[in-house]
Write a protein that binds this ligand. Structure first.
Ligand code: ADP
Ligand code: MG
Length: 697
């Protein structure tokens, strides 16, 4: 919005410089436009009036119309309170004030009628309301039929009379002032097709609803608009990229055929085959690939990555794979090394701890093209790492990387941006994926390799520890290995380390006959690696660790995952951790240990884990519990900018908005039709103010 909407908020009648400064600081409200878009976050139902007789325990805030019978001061000193006896035709109740008594008492003449608003509570047989809101009954408010908006505000603003009501009051000044100038931002066609009300009416209703129906339509309209522009922006980015970024054509499949015929260690699942076909389709076309591969833990993403590398190398290009931690990078390297050697391909590992002399060789061989596959951590991004012809860049567990870091990968090939494959085990609900990755193509590996037995998950309280130890012992006797994982929360790193060490000692005491590995964030990379390798080779029975092992680590013989203080983990993290087991042919188990007292949310999380192994179901619960703002990477996508729409609740509307955006671009890709002028204006406007949108989010 421009013009009047850019006016600084201090110029609004009733605001002034002091309040303006607070609005800036506390709520990020700088202009008329900002205030207009400070939408209420909920509404209080003021459509109903309760009779005193009908009050009951489960009511939240309610309205009562009643007349003052009598007012008295009770008690003295700190316990002094003002009590007003009030009545309606069904009974009597009390209104009570503990503070501001002198002020209130003047407003309560005997016999006057008020609307009181507050939460009723029962003391003995009498209903009371403490510090109710009140207003004298008038002809207008007696019959009103409204939802009263509630605005978010802060203590500091309240102190300056900008509580929810105060904000409503300044909006009462603003809305009529700017009303005729509020521009329509959707086309007549979209308004008609999706039966949306106009922008002006929507803004008026959202702040001053006149009926529940109109309020609903206003909310729908504003949410739709928000989703629509989000999707439009993503789709336009995708179009631009497809047109502008030429891709290196990588179509040769000689190596692939050789690998399939002579070396592949197992049959690919149908899902793997399908995803590989999708990737090949991209790589052999002349457009640059930007594809996300989503696959639950254990679905076999690494093999898909390797086969994609073969496609690139067959056509004379190089490939790299970047992982978020040294452990993971090393593990990928160890796994892929064997395949690469079978195929006669030169492969190397580059991490922070690679020796200088080795680095030099790697740099040289990359430039000469001799080195075909480079696996590594962030170290890959350094400027000195130059390829002869990087054709494919794979990023594993992408949410660990920032956008800027990933963008550095694109710059590694000057002629063509490398094809990009992003792999993630974090199942992302459809609604979120559409938004987060709206400009990426998405492939899903929705099938686990045959023969896997679903992991059995149980929840046990700390007092059952001895039984759990007994069970672990049985499993180890069968030849299996066990993970024991402790939470790591940065604020209390010391405490967590102590927990881990105490745990380590108690396990060492309980199982003197077995060997233990330990890995935590405070250890040097080579020590971690050493411990990890001992576990991988089966020299140790236990891996006692913090969440550093969360992603990717693959030890098929490990069949038990014990998660300590499981109530402290988020759902997606629990699911990731559980995914470390169940990778072999044996029955695997996940034991969630927790204290006895649990918050409602923790309980839902643990119950969800016990109930299902389905990553997508888990992600949906997670989204509902946490809201989308918390899910990884959302800051970069503009999702947290949503003012009114809610990804977890408004999914159907998101789908509609995406359809609308798609249809619009199909009919009028350049937005040149007169009917779409408003949309074009809005898109241009947003581009100016847009945050730094990345090529890939
Ligand atoms: P993730 O998708 O979690 O990265 P991995 O790629 O680590 O999974 O694969 C998990 C395990 O499954 C590995 O031991 C891998 O060799 C094995 N695997 C992958 N694909 C298949 C398949 N089609 N059949 C049998 N085992 C497979
Ligand atoms: Mg993996």
């Amino acid at each position: 919005m421009t013009g009047i909407f850019d006016t600084r908020i201090e110029y609004l009648k009733g605001v002034g410089p002091q309040k303006a400064e607070l609005l800036n600081k506390e709520l990020n409200i700088f202009t008329y436009g900002d205030l207009l878009q400070h939408y209420p976050f909920r509404y209080e139902d003021r459509t109903k009036f309760f009779k005193i007789r009908d009050l009951h325990d489960e009511l939240d805030n309610v309205q009562v119309m009643a007349r003052i019978k009598n007012v008295e001061l009770i008690g003295a000193g700190g316990k002094k309170r003002l009590v007003a006896q009030v009545f309606d035709e069904t009974g009597e109740m009390e209104m009570t004030w503990f503070k501001g008594i002198q002020w209130v008492v003047k407003k309560l003449p005997i016999g006057a009628a008020f609307i009181f608003f507050g939460k009723p509570a029962q003391y003995g047989r009498k209903w009371t309301m403490a510090h109710p809101e009140m207003e004298p009954i008038t002809a207008a408010n007696e019959k009103r039929n409204t939802f009263q908006p509630v605005y978010s505000t802060t203590e500091k603003l309240r102190a300056k009379f900008l509580d929810s009501k105060g904000i409503s009051r300044i909006l009462e000044v603003l809305v009529p002032l700017v009303f005729p100038q509020i521009p329509e931002t959707l086309s007549p066609e979209i308004l008609h097709q999706y039966q949306l009300i106009g922008k002006q009416e929507a803004i008026r209703q959202i702040h001053f609803p006149t009926s529940p129906e109109l309020l609903n339509r206003a909310r729908k309209r504003l949410k739709f608009e928000e989703f629509f522009y989000l999707q439009l922006r993503l789709l336009m980015m995708k179009v631009t990229r497809t047109e502008k970024s030429r891709g290196q054509i990588l179509s040769n499949t000689d190596l692939l055929t050789d690998f399939y015929k002579n070396h592949i260690p197992f049959d690919l699942t149908n899902a793997q085959k399908r995803v590989i076909r999708e990737i090949y389709g991209d790589m052999k076309s002349s457009r640059q690939m930007n594809r996300l591969v989503q696959g639950d833990v254990g679905s076999g993403k690494t093999m898909v990555a390797f086969i994609s590398m073969l496609i690139a190398i067959s056509s004379g290009a190089q490939a790299c794979l970047m992982a978020p931690t040294e452990i993971l990078a090393t593990q990928h390297f160890e796994g892929l090394k064997n395949y690469a050697r079978m195929m006669g391909l030169n492969i190397a590992l580059l991490t922070g701890s690679t020796k200088k002399s080795e680095r030099k060789i790697i740099h040289e061989q990359l430039l000469s093209g001799e080195l075909k596959i480079l696996i590594g951590t962030h170290a890959l991004l350094e400027d000195v790492v130059q390829f002869q012809n990087l054709g494919l860049a794979i990023v594993d567990e992408q949410h660990r990387f920032g956008v800027a870091q990933r963008a550095k990968l694109w710059a590694k090939n000057e002629e063509f941006i490398p094809h990009v494959l992003v792999m993630t085990a974090t199942p992302i609900p459809r609604t979120l994926a559409m938004t987060l990755y709206g400009d990426l193509d998405v492939s899903v590996i929705d099938e686990l390799p045959a023969g896997r037995k679903p992991i059995q998950t149980v929840h046990r309280y700390d007092k059952d520890r001895l039984k759990v130890f007994g069970f672990i012992n049985e499993e180890i006797k069968k030849g299996r290995q066990v993970y024991i994982v402790y939470p790591l929360i940065e604020e209390s790193e010391k405490m967590d380390l102590k927990n881990l060490m105490d745990g380590y000692e108690s396990i060492a005491r309980a199982f003197p006959q077995y060997h233990l590995s330990i890995v935590h964030g405070g250890m040097k990379a080579e020590d971690k690696d050493f411990e990890m390798q001992r576990f991988v080779k089966g020299e140790t029975h236990f891996m006692v660790a913090t969440t550093v092992i969360e992603v990717g680590v693959n030890v098929p013989n490990a069949s038990v995952m014990v998660i300590e203080n499981a109530e402290r983990f988020g759902l997606s993290q629990l699911h990731q951790l559980r995914g470390r087991v169940g990778r072999g042919a044996e029955q695997s188990y996940c034991v969630l240990m927790s204290k006895y007292e649990l918050s409602k949310e923790s309980r839902i999380r643990l119950e969800t884990m016990v109930r299902t192994n389905d990553g997508f179901e888990i992600a949906d619960v997670d989204l509902r519990l946490r809201g989308p703002g918390d899910l990884m990477g959302t800051q970069q996508s503009g999702i947290t900018d949503l003012l009114i729409a809610d990804l977890s609740k408004d999914a159907p509307l998101l789908t509609l908005a995406r359809d609308a955006a798609q249809q619009l671009l199909a009919n009028d890709p350049e937005l040149t039709q007169p009917d779409n002028a408003a949309i074009l204006r809005q898109v241009r406007q947003q581009k100016k103010t847009a945050m730094n949108w990345s090529r890939i989010s």
